[in-house]
Each structure stands twice: as C-alpha cells, then as structure tokens.
Design a protein around this ligand. Structure first.
Ligand SMILES: [Zn+2]
Ligand SMILES: [Zn+2]
Length: 123
C-alpha cells in the first residue's frame, strides 16, 4: 500500500481506511484491487463497480453450488439405497424361510420306518 499523496510505503491501515505515517494523509483503499481514494464516498462508488463486475462469477458460483447440492443429494439417496440393500442382505440368513420352517425335514418324510408303522397300524 502506497500513500497517494507522497508515495510513501509507510502506511497504516485498519480495514479500508489508511493513514500515511509520513505525511499524515488519510485515504481509503479498495480491498479488491488496492486502489486508493481520498474519501469514503469515492471508495463506496468504486466498490459498486466491483460488485457489478463480480456478478457473473457470483452467479456462476451459485450455479456451481446448486449443482454440488444436487450431487450431494443424489449421493445421499444412493447411500440410503445401498444401506437398505445391505440391511436386507444382513437380515436374510437370520430370518428362516417360513415355508421350509413349517414343512417336515426330508429325512423324516422319507423315513421307511414311518411307512412300516403305517402298514402295521392298517393291519
Ligand atoms: Zn503520505
Ligand atoms: Zn477496486
């Protein structure tokens, strides 16, 4: 930062307001481009120009943010789907199939002794 009056580098700034330590000149500097102004009004008018110039990039950022939000939402939904699928897979071995649970095991059904017993009962 240089004093616009004497060109000295010994300048003390707090925010946009600066004071030259050599000549005591007070001035205002633009935080974006560093241009110096003698009054706060001049700086305010200058900043308006920056704001206008910044608009397109700001819109771009907003759009980019929107896109990222959409992506995040999609990823969140994908994670939910995967988690649900994973829970389903984890549950499967724990819950026995109801049909096989009610049926007699094959070794009992095909047991020849059962038929022998039935025949004995019949006679
Ligand atoms: Zn100065
Ligand atoms: Zn500026």
């Amino acid at each position: 930062m240089k004093c616009p009056k004497c060109g000295s580098n010994e300048v003390q700034c707090s925010g946009s307001k600066c004071r030259c330590l050599v000549c005591g000149n007070e001035f205002y500097t633009c935080s974006i481009c560093g241009e110096a102004f003698s009054t706060a009004q001049q700086l305010a008018a200058h900043m308006k120009k920056h704001r206008r110039n910044d608009d397109p990039s700001l819109r771009e950022l907003v759009l980019e943010l929107e896109e990222l939000r959409k992506t995040v939402e999609e990823l969140r939904q994908a994670v939910e789907r995967l988690e649900a699928a994973l829970h389903g897979l984890q549950r499967q071995p724990l819950t026995p199939h109801p049909a096989t649970n009610e049926e007699l095991p094959d070794f009992v059904k095909d047991n020849p002794w059962l038929q022998v017993l039935h025949k004995k009962r019949d006679t």
